[in-house]
Unconditional design. Structure first.
Length: 311
């Protein structure tokens, strides 16, 4: 990677916001695939743009892309940017190369710049392969901007550092101006040292982390099959965020979040935080010790039984 292509910033969220500012004007539209990371919404709104969703398709405990819908939405001349989440939060997908190719061809055809948030790129489970969007071809590289950070895989989010990778010089200059305008250009000096240490010396940590997270996911999947068969979790290909189908309860996601906190002392994220398509789902964070995950699952089982009895 050419070092001149890299812009350093204080985090992926401010990076995405600055990129939108650089590549759009108020009134433009930004395309997303919901359910998706909630901070995308505020980054779009705060720049005076309109969000357009091409919802992912949920079936057989996983998500796929509706390419016809994506093509139709991308054809709108007011769509200037597509925010891609790869690997995807909260769907847990690690997009296949052929899926990314299809997305890229659609966006290039309609003059849409792909901004790829790849912050979970190191956290990919056995049997799956992460493909950087920009690595697919020279065209994909020139029509995209990539955001990466060591914060998720190496647990250093508090050090507030991330990288924007952009090969197009004009676009890179506009992004650099935007991060300065937004005053997110200064990075934590400790973050620089930590990033170097993580990428140069962190392989053993990362290998052990992925093994532990994958085992946590398999444990949770099997636990749900045995004790919560009506609350399946999506197939997790990467990240540490598990998406649980809670529609059987007949409780809105926001109400379920509130009740779990007050009645079970268990705090999960309401699915609607990630778009209307998340209604009825809850997001679990399994980047924790196994006994913590076990306790959370037991509390959820107790809540479900109590709710069923009360009903």
């Amino acid at each position: 990677m050419d070092r001149e292509w890299i812009i350093y910033t204080s985090g992926v969220v401010p990076a995405v916001s600055a990129i939108i500012k650089a590549l759009t004007v108020p009134g433009d539209k930004v395309l997303v695939q919901t359910p998706v990371y909630n901070c995308f919404f505020s980054s779009i709104r705060n720049n005076g743009c309109e969000m357009v969703s091409s919802p992912l398709v949920f079936a057989d405990h996983t998500y796929t892309i509706d390419y016809e819908d994506l093509e139709r939405k991308a054809a709108d001349p007011k769509i200037k940017v597509m925010l891609l989440c790869n690997p995807h939060n909260p769907a847990g997908r690690v997009w296949k190369r052929e899926e990314l190719v299809h997305i890229g061809e659609i966006c290039i055809r309609h003059g849409v710049t792909v901004v790829s948030d790849e912050i979970h790129c190191e956290l990919v489970f056995p049997g799956y392969c992460y493909t950087p969007f920009a690595s697919i071809s020279e065209d994909f590289l020139r029509h995209s901007v990539t955001c990466i950070s060591p914060s998720k895989a190496f647990n250093i989010a508090g050090l507030q550092i991330a990288n924007i990778v952009c090969a197009n010089a004009d676009r890179r200059a506009r992004i650099d101006r935007a991060i300065n305008d937004n005053e997110v250009c200064d990075v934590n000096p400790f973050g620089v040292i930590a990033t170097q240490a993580a990428y140069n010396e962190g392989k053993e940590w990362l290998d052990q982390l992925i093994e532990y997270l994958h085992a946590n996911y398999l444990y949770m999947r099997d636990f749900c099959r045995e004790h919560l068969p009506e609350f399946p979790v999506t197939i997790l290909e990467g990240t540490y965020l598990v998406w649980m189908d809670c529609r059987k309860l007949g409780i809105s996601s926001e109400e379920l979040e509130r009740r779990l906190v007050t009645e079970a002392r268990l705090w999960l994220n309401a699915g609607t935080m990630y778009g209307a398509e998340g209604e009825g789902f809850m997001r679990w964070n399994i980047a924790c010790p196994r006994n913590t995950l076990t306790e959370g699952l037991k509390r959820f089982v107790h809540f479900v039984k109590k709710t069923s009895i009360d009903a």
